[in-house]
Design a binder for this molecule. Structure first.
Ligand SMILES: [Ca+2]
Length: 164
């Protein structure tokens, strides 16, 4: 759409400069710079006082968590450690205004992507009941644990690691 409205403007284009580290960074067009700054400010505010989305994560990295068993319902890819799922924007415990939903005590099945493994915890900050997840778990309620009798709707922090 914007491509039609602004002929010749393409995302990812524009001049580039070489940083001291030798990496190339695109220089955002002046028109998009304010939007980028606003997004950064909003992200900081959310991090300080509420939930924020996880990611972005490359599609082949980490694990995928699901709100329902059988890899059904809302899902979220997790490609980096999460110390506190109450701060990760998600579909559970949404308040009466429709906000504040997180992934805390919300996960019911997990897919593990090739070359990855995970360690899940019942409490935030990598504490509480702990379980190594080396392959897909279609139903966490079938996994006994000190969490809430099982690991279903119990996970509050996650570590992800490469296995190769
Ligand atoms: Ca928990």
């Amino acid at each position: 759409m914007s491509r039609e409205r602004f002929p010749g403007v393409r995302s990812g284009g524009g001049p580039r400069y070489r940083s001291p580290a030798g990496l190339l960074y695109p220089v955002p067009a002046m028109r998009t710079a304010p939007r980028v700054l606003c997004a950064a400010a909003v992200a900081l505010l959310i991090a300080a006082c509420g939930t924020a989305p996880l990611g972005p994560t490359p599609l082949d990295e980490g694990i995928v968590v699901y709100i329902h068993s059988g890899f059904r319902g809302t899902s979220q890819q997790v490609g980096a450690d999460v110390t506190d799922l109450t701060k990760a924007e998600g579909p559970c415990a949404i308040d009466e205004n429709g906000g504040g939903g997180s992934w805390n005590d919300c996960i019911s099945s997990i897919r593990v992507l090739p070359g990855w493994t995970a360690r899940i915890y019942g409490d935030k900050n990598f504490r509480g009941a702990v379980l190594d997840v080396t392959s897909d778990i279609p139903d966490l309620s079938a996994i006994d644990g000190d969490c809430s009798g099982s690991y279903n709707d119990c996970i509050s922090s996650i570590r992800v690691m490469r296995t190769q």
